[in-house]
Design a protein around this ligand. Sequence first.
Ligand SMILES: C[S@@+](CC[C@H](N)C(=O)[O-])C[C@H]1O[C@@H](n2cnc3c(N)ncnc32)[C@H](O)[C@@H]1O
Length: 410
Amino acid sequence: MLDPVRHSVKQRPDLTFKHNKSFGRHGWLRLTPAYSVKLVQDIIVDVPTNVSVLDPFSGTATTTLTAAEHGNDAVSFDINPFLIWLGNVKCRTYTTARVQRSRAAVAAAIARVPVILFRDNWRPALFNIERWWSTTTLQILAAFRAALVEQFGEPVEDQGDGLVWVAFCRLVIETSSAAFNHVSMSFSSEVTHHEIEHVVDLYSKILDLVLSSCDSPLIGAGQVVEVDAKAIPDMGRRFGLVLTSPPYPNRISYIRELRPYMYWLKFLGEAREAGEMDWTAIGGTWGIATSRLTTWSPYGQTLPDLLAETVDSIASTDTKNAHLLATYVFKYFHDMHLHLSSLPNVLEPGAEIHYIVGNSTFFGKMVDTPAILSASMQMLGYDDAASRVIRKRNSNKALFEYDVTAIWPG
Ligand SMILES: C[S@@+](CC[C@H](N)C(=O)[O-])C[C@H]1O[C@@H](n2cnc3c(N)ncnc32)[C@H](O)[C@@H]1O
């Protein structure tokens, strides 16, 4: 039967990452699974500024930055070191003097690029790197990176010059053959050969854009810290609002899209590290994160009946990998349940929680993410667990995004 609420729901690009491009710091670097500033603003607008905000799945720190812009203090968690670094660069205060120093040092770095162009400059061990950049572009990028390191040190050491590295990330992606026409990234059929003048000009334009939007005032304080959301410790601090978008159970890996930045900035050294990181991630699926599923065993928590029914229905399809993917879905909700059971360590009594999530399908079987998460919330003692549909995800009539909400009674 036609569901009249879902039938009238539109795709709403204003509620996706696409909307963030023109929002100052939010538009510095795109990440497809990022959600929209507008979505966060719509929820946060009525929240008093003395309420501390938590996002346990930071990504590009959309929640924390929006909350700080609104005047709230906010913290977010992530396990990906690049995203932790990026989130903190986005949430920092930049003085005019600091920005001027960065500009002068970048000018000095640019002057060095032709001088060191033919040296054996360090290059990332990115698999099939020639699919991303032509040999000449790669040579220019490697020299560019080496010249920036001479001035600013390695980005992982973070000496407060993150803005120049954010601009370098944009340069790396804009000179690559990566195409973002789909939910996840793909490659154009050909790599483009860029001249050194073009690369320098492009970097200068990107840097101008970044530097001109870093002086927008942040009223509240925002910070991203390394915490595994499956096991949140008591931090001596509590939050009155949780507003987050966790990974969805859809096998999209953030590492896949973040690889070029992570390798170029040395947050990743080799492919194996990416698999290890995705194994810690909820819903992770990169490399060993999938192969390890075959030997994984759960912690023995009591989980919602609806999850067991969903997993059984996927496993019973007569399809190759049915069992593997049934385990994937089971582990996703198992890990989200662990997350929700450790979350009260940092919640104030009466805290409101919002989880923006999508449903998914495996071999034609519906994974009703909002219903399973609501059931977990109820089992764990949260009050008023409910969900509302907020947008249609794509042309597939069955896929939607929801806001799953509840209150922690304390
Ligand atoms: C959908 S993205 C969040 C996007 C974010 N709302 C934004 O606007 O950019 C989910 C994030 O959760 C992080 N994540 C996955 N598993 C995690 C875990 N166990 N602990 C903390 N963060 C985790 C991923 O690294 C990813 O950055």
